[in-house]
Design a protein around this ligand. Structure first.
Ligand code: PLP
Length: 406
């Protein structure tokens, strides 16, 4: 076989479909977020990033940076091993205690990323619970889908955010079998929020375990940043809460929180936990500082919500079609992969505005979009520039506008 020809042909298909991903090479400037240097073949330009998941700018927070510097200087670079083999540091243990407290749970368990935490925890729970059935929301993230698939447990998809459908599907399963219901709180592409209480009612009615991914909510919602489940007073009813340290907390890593026995079980059986080097202590120290700060400060959360409301209002006023939702994510619908990419390229080249195009398979074909994530570090001037640039390109490309708000 001509391997090279195969690789190139597959890539050509992606390019023809407008799905080939080109990375923007950025150099973020601590202290100046959302500003970054953009490295291109023609040199370096300054850009404003409008699509970061460092939602609150915690990646440049002085307390986070100080904790990381201090840890780096006192403990060195890496953890030196897996958690089992000399890689459990004081920083990891402190971070797990901080996370358990954040979610009001007995324990928490760290992983190297949110992806790995979903993959490892779901694959371990679903494969080890004898004859388990997983009920998975139809729009769950790839990391959950892959974890469930790897478990080889039976998996039944329920309609997105639909407790009635979940109820029907659970009712049809032999009640003696263990059942695990996996869903998210904030869905990151449409920005919609799950009816968590109703889903938990259904889980409890059928004696099913609940597993929630709060990756796009931790740090951002709840009085202490515990997520949507904290805001709604539901954390104690959820079996497993999963989150990331890489988005609103601004660092890196993933975790689950739950009972001591459940966390100990995953710790003891999950290949994706056992056989990989622990996070560098400096990352753990930075994440701990970030979580502690956001437990005690609402200023970032309030500024975040204000900024999101402002950007939404301004886009509505000029009829740019956004998806209405109750979260901080503003999807701007384009509906065509080539146009989506062209708009994104044009914003970057002509206005120094960076918003990544979101195409299939991340979202369904025909729903290609730009996903804008305002943050407390965006200024009113940044918002003006974003809105006028979008208005210009919408006119240039003769894209449809919504009926304009009065
Ligand atoms: C980003 C994401 C993850 C993975 O988290 P990382 O820490 O980036 O690996 C998991 N679930 C959802 C819903 C996500 O969007």
């Amino acid at each position: 076989m001509d391997y090279e020809a195969f690789f190139r042909a597959q890539l050509d298909t992606l390019k023809d479909d407008g799905r080939y991903r080109i990375f923007a090479e950025l150099e973020r400037k601590a202290g100046a977020f959302p500003r970054a240097r953009h490295h291109t073949e023609d040199g370096v330009n300054e850009v404003t990033v409008w699509c970061s998941n460092d939602y609150l700018g915690m990646g440049q927070h002085p307390k986070v940076l100080a904790a990381m510097h201090e840890s780096l200087d006192s403990c060195g670079a890496g953890a030196g091993g897996t958690r089992n083999i000399s890689g459990t540091t004081h920083a990891h243990v402190q971070l797990e205690a901080e996370l358990a407290d954040l979610h009001g749970k007995e324990a928490a368990l760290l992983f190297t990323s949110g992806y790995v935490s979903n993959w490892a925890a779901l694959s371990t729970l679903a494969s080890r619970l004898p004859n388990c059935v997983v009920l998975s929301d139809a729009l769950n993230h790839a990391s959950m889908i892959e974890g469930i698939r790897h478990s080889r447990a039976e998996c039944i998809r329920f309609a997105h955010n639909d407790p009635a459908d979940l109820d029907r599907k659970l009712a049809a399963i032999d009640p003696s079998r263990p059942r695990l219901v996996a869903f998210e709180s904030v869905y990151s592409m449409d920005g919609d929020i799950a009816p968590i209480a109703e889903i938990l009612d259904v889980c409890e009615k059928h004696g099913a375990m609940s597993y929630i991914d709060e990756v796009h909510a931790v740090g951002l919602y709840g009085a202490r940043g515990g997520g949507i489940a904290e805001r709604e007073g539901l954390m104690d009813r959820i079996t497993v809460i999963e989150g990331t340290l890489g988005k609103a907390f601004g660092v890196m890593g993933g975790y689950i929180a739950g009972t001591a026995a459940m966390c100990d079980f995953v710790r003891s059986f999950a290949s994706g936990f056992i056989f990989t080097t622990a996070l560098p202590p400096a990352l753990a120290a930075g994440a701990t500082a970030s979580i502690r700060h956001l437990k005690n400060s609402n200023a970032e959360r309030t500024a975040h919500q204000t900024r999101v409301a402002e950007v939404r209002k301004r886009l509505d006023q000029i009829g740019i079609p956004t998806v209405d939702n109750p979260s901080h994510i503003i999807p701007i619908m384009v509906g065509d992969p080539h146009k989506c990419k062209r708009i994104s390229d044009w914003l970057l080249e002509h206005h120094g505005i960076y918003v990544q195009p979101i195409n299939y398979p991340t979202v369904p074909m025909g729903t290609e979009r730009l996903r804008v994530t305002p943050s407390p570090v965006h200024t009113p001037g940044d918002i003006d520039r974003l809105v006028s640039a979008l208005s210009e390109i919408w006119s240039m490309c003769e894209l449809a506008r919504r009926a304009m708000a009065a």
